[in-house]
Design a protein. Structure first.
Length: 119
C-alpha cells in the first residue's frame, strides 16, 4: 500500500527549502509566494510543522545565529526530505496527468428517453 498524500503545509515547507536554507520569517514569505498568496502560514503553525519535520528527519538546522539579541535558526532539507518531496511531486504529476487525460476524453451527452428514463 502507498503512503498517504503529503499535507499542503508540509509540501509548501519542503518546497520552500528545496533550493536554499531559510529561517522562519523567510519561510513564511516564500510559502506565500509559492502559493501565489493563497496560503499565509501563521508563526505557531510554522514552528509546530518545523519541529515535526525535524523529528521526522526531513529537515535539519542548517545554522543558528543571534540577530538583535534573538536566536535565529535556518533550516535545510535533508536527503530524506529531498526524497520525500520528489516522491510527492511525482505523485501529484501522475494525478494531474490522469486528470488531464480524462478531461480530454469526449463526453457523450446523456439523452433522456421518452418517459423520463436516460438512454
Amino acid at each position: 500500500m502507498t503512503e498517504r498524500a503529503m499535507q499542503e503545509p508540509t509540501l509548501l515547507l519542503l518546497t520552500a527549502l528545496a533550493d536554499a536554507p531559510r529561517h522562519g520569517y523567510a519561510l513564511i514569505q516564500e510559502i506565500s509566494e509559492i502559493s501565489d498568496g493563497r496560503v499565509r502560514m501563521r508563526t505557531g503553525t510554522l514552528y509546530g510543522a518545523l519541529d515535526r519535520l525535524l523529528q521526522q528527519g526531513l529537515i535539519e538546522v542548517a545554522a543558528e545565529e543571534v540577530v538583535d539579541g534573538r536566536a535565529r535558526r535556518s533550516y535545510a532539507l535533508t536527503a530524506d526530505g529531498r526524497g520525500a518531496l520528489a516522491a510527492e511531486a511525482e505523485r501529484l504529476r501522475a494525478v494531474a496527468t490522469e486528470a488531464e487525460r480524462r478531461l480530454s476524453v469526449s463526453v457523450v451527452a446523456v439523452r433522456p428517453r421518452v418517459g423520463g428514463a436516460f438512454a
